[in-house]
Design a protein around this ligand. Structure first.
Ligand code: ADP
Ligand code: MG
Length: 296
């Protein structure tokens, strides 16, 4: 598709009010799923972050890495056990998780941002004591009884110390955060990246939280992409979870949007990371590309 000069300038001018509105504002982006694997999508996400940064926004990237962790564990001959969607993480698994997330994925993202014209610094929860974590105790139902479940080094966020993020942003870099938390004795915890993104958005009092995923957004019927719920009120969520409409990996996502809204983040979105430049579409245009979770 070739655009005429008028169409090109039209697109730029359409973005003007959004650029003004978000100038100097913080946007936390959870980067995961397909957009981390597919080359074209990877490039598009990096370009989106660079563009946002260059027009005066403060993007902060939090990344996942489940598939790469699974593949590395496989190469090392270690099988992961999943209980209710969560990886049981023993000490040896934790070591590998940390190496992959912090040593490999995080640095690749940083290098790619530089490749596409931006400046980035990679951090994990240990840097500047950014994310203090504690062990997460999971509860499961077994034979009609509630049981505690030991998932090993799976953590939840205890506290965020956003100082290092502010420093990195003030120095002109895009912070890229790996979802590893640090425990009281300096031990590492693997934390769901959606949760980290939500807590970070609260700690930074972000204007927007954007969670990328591999579906259209929250669907009323998971088998029907046309059933996208474009705007979802917080009050409807418990019922949708109870009915099983929202399930699996979508639960931490929607909960973290709710937590973010309660914590003062202005807007929260779950968007389709399979659409190239879905972040730009969300931030700079009127086009809806997913589900906006809203108070009410
Ligand atoms: P991510 O890598 O983006 O964190 P997850 O697999 O953890 O992806 O979470 C997204 C998944 O949640 C979807 O792929 C889908 O299978 C599942 N899901 C559960 N309920 C819904 C729903 N109501 N709408 C869309 N997806 C849902
Ligand atoms: Mg997930």
């Amino acid at each position: 598709m070739t655009l005429s000069p008028l169409e090109k300038t039209g697109i730029l001018i359409e973005a003007l009010p959004y650029i003004r509105q978000f100038y100097g504002k913080t946007v936390v982006i959870k980067y995961g799923g397909h957009a981390m694997v597919n080359c074209e999508l990877k490039k598009a996400v990096m370009q989106d972050a660079v563009l946002m940064h260059l027009v005066g926004m403060r993007p902060v990237i939090v990344h996942g890495g489940g598939p790469e962790i699974t593949s590395m564990l496989g190469r090392l001959g270690k099988q992961s056990q999943f209980i209710q969607g969560q990886r049981v993480t023993d000490a040896e698994t934790m070591e590998i998780v940390e190496m992959v997330l912090v040593g490999k994925i995080n640095k690749e993202i940083v290098a790619n941002i530089h490749r596409y014209g931006g400046k980035a610094i990679g951090l994990c929860g240990k840097d500047g004591h950014l994310i203090e974590a504690r062990k997460q105790v999971a509860h499961i139902q077994k034979d009609g009884e509630e049981m505690d479940l030991d998932l090993g080094y799976v953590g939840q966020v205890e506290r965020v110390n956003p100082g290092i993020i502010e420093t990195v942003i003030a120095e002109g870099y895009i912070p890229v955060v790996a979802p590893i938390g640090v425990g009281p004795d300096g031990e590492s915890y693997n934390i769901n990246a959606d949760l980290v993104a939500g807590e970070l958005a609260v700690a930074l009092q972000a204007d927007k939280l954007v969670l990328l995923t591999d579906v259209e957004g929250i669907l009323a019927d998971r088998d029907d992409p046309a059933s996208l719920i474009s705007s979802l009120e917080v009050g409807r969520v418990p019922e949708l979870i109870q009915q099983g409409v929202i399930a699996g990996g979508m639960i931490p996502k929607v909960n973290c949007c709710i937590r973010a809204l309660e914590g003062g983040v202005k807007k929260t979105h779950i968007i389709d990371g399979r659409i190239p430049h879905s972040i730009l579409l969300e931030v700079f245009t009127d086009t809806g590309v997913g589900t906006m979770v809203v108070p009410g």
